[in-house]
Write a protein that binds this ligand. Structure first.
Ligand SMILES: NC(=O)c1ccc[n+]([C@@H]2O[C@H](COP(=O)([O-])OP(=O)(O)OC[C@H]3O[C@@H](n4cnc5c(N)ncnc54)[C@H](O)[C@@H]3O)[C@@H](O)[C@H]2O)c1
Length: 371
């Protein structure tokens, strides 16, 4: 059976769904792989490196024909409706495919009779951890957030004892201590900053402390929801949280926000009044800028000056800013999901498996539950 990987066409998308080093896992079970020319360039993979691993390379003008003959199509972003129109009925697609903002693609995939698996819909159970692309990409985003903050800050992160005087370490505050937040904490700590963090889930406190950071305890109700995620907060609680966090924000040189609630706009954690109290030269990195922003006024893909000479960086396509390793991890997530469906060289999605059941948004010409 044939696996095709088209080049990503969305602006700013530098990842690739399959890197050459993992192709042998597919060829070993009898699958053949075809990839569009230059698809892996940003991620450091040349066409030759794919060919060396047994893949064939097709040109952009051959994309329609390749999609039409493929049994499985792997991509990072959802296929466009025009790409979907080429698919044969029964084709399987694996990509990010959000029920919040990719409904046009989902409808087209259903109409085309494709089985569309969404990396965003995988259940967060132990067996699915090796396929968990949300986690692998959040890890990349958290690491990148700390590096961006360090680069934009006019201060050192570490403590330095020099003949000219002692440099005190930067105070970094991280709001939201999930996968991205914990990686931002770990990276800031490695650079020597003094780090503190807050999350609405009390279970994150131990993880924050294990990274050598201080967990900020607020006199507020916990918001732990199902599946290890946070719950949405009421406006009253949000206002109280902002009031209690304000003095911590004023004291920090660097603020990194990563808070999210599944299928909701990002919670507003920081208002204009709060960053107006920050010292000149402070830096804010808002990883949630694309989903509404944790910080008032943040703009995805832009660095703006706010308050009293504070730099506010809005994240956009953040995992894509580290295309080699985000693709490296994503390729493994995707291949693990694909291999779950391979039996005796054939690809057969088993809907009695809770991973496939949750991830498949379309099948047999229909939308499936939840999509
Ligand atoms: N396979 C698994 O079992 C698995 C995989 C990944 C994550 N998880 C669990 O899920 C947790 C969250 O995952 P995520 O990072 O993808 O979540 P996420 O991206 O949805 O949210 C990021 C963080 O923001 C926090 N947050 C939400 N509202 C907030 C607010 N108002 N103020 C401060 N913080 C707020 C959340 O609690 C979360 O820690 C992980 O830490 C882990 O415990 C489990």
């Amino acid at each position: 059976m044939r696996v095709a990987v088209p080049a990503e066409s969305q602006d700013g998308e530098k990842r690739v769904a399959l890197l050459p080093d993992i192709i042998s896992k597919l060829t070993r079970v009898g699958l053949s792989v075809a990839i569009e020319t230059n698809a892996g360039l940003h991620a450091g993979a040349s066409d030759e490196s794919y060919i060396e691993q047994g893949a064939t390379v097709f040109s952009p003008s051959e994309q329609g024909k390749e999609l039409a003959s493929a049994d499985v199509i792997l991509s990072v972003q959802p296929l466009t409706p025009s790409q979907v129109s080429n698919l044969k009925s029964g084709a399987i697609t694996i990509s990010f495919l959000s029920t919040v903002n990719a409904n046009e693609s989902i409808d087209a995939l259903a109409k085309a009779g494709a089985t569309a698996l969404s990396l965003e819909a995988l259940p967060r159970i132990s067996r699915a951890q090796s396929m968990d692309a949300l986690t692998s990409q959040a890890l990349c985003a958290g690491y990148r957030a700390a590096l961006v903050a360090a680069e934009l800050s006019p201060r050192f992160f570490p403590l330095l004892m020099t003949a000219a005087g002692t440099v005190t370490p930067a105070n970094v505050l991280v709001l939201g201590a999930g996968v991205a937040g914990l990686q931002a904490i770990a990276t800031s700590r490695r650079l020597g900053a003094v780090v503190s963090a807050y999350d609405v889930r009390p279970s994150s406190a131990e993880e924050v402390r294990s990274m050598g950071a201080t967990f900020i305890e607020l006199e507020l109700e916990a918001l732990e929801g199902s599946g290890g995620y946070a719950r949405e907060m009421s406006e009253e609680r949000a206002a109280k949280q902002r009031e209690l966090l304000a003095p911590y924000i004023t004291k920090s040189h660097v603020l990194i926000t990563t808070a999210a609630v599944p299928e909701r706009a990002a919670p507003r954690l920081v208002t204009k009044e709060m960053y107006q109290a920050m010292a000149p030269g402070s830096v804010i990195v808002d990883l949630a800028a694309e989903s509404g922003g944790n910080v008032e006024g943040s703009k995805p893909g832009e660095i703006i000056t706010v308050g009293n000479s504070v730099l506010l960086w809005g994240g956009k396509d953040v995992p894509s800013q580290l295309p080699f390793h985000s693709s490296y991890l994503l390729s493994r997530n995707i291949v693990n999901l694909l291999l779950l469906m391979v039996k005796d060289g054939a690809i057969t999605p088993d809907f009695s498996d809770e991973i496939i059941d949750a991830a498949a948004l379309t099948h047999g010409g229909n939308l499936r539950k939840g999509s």
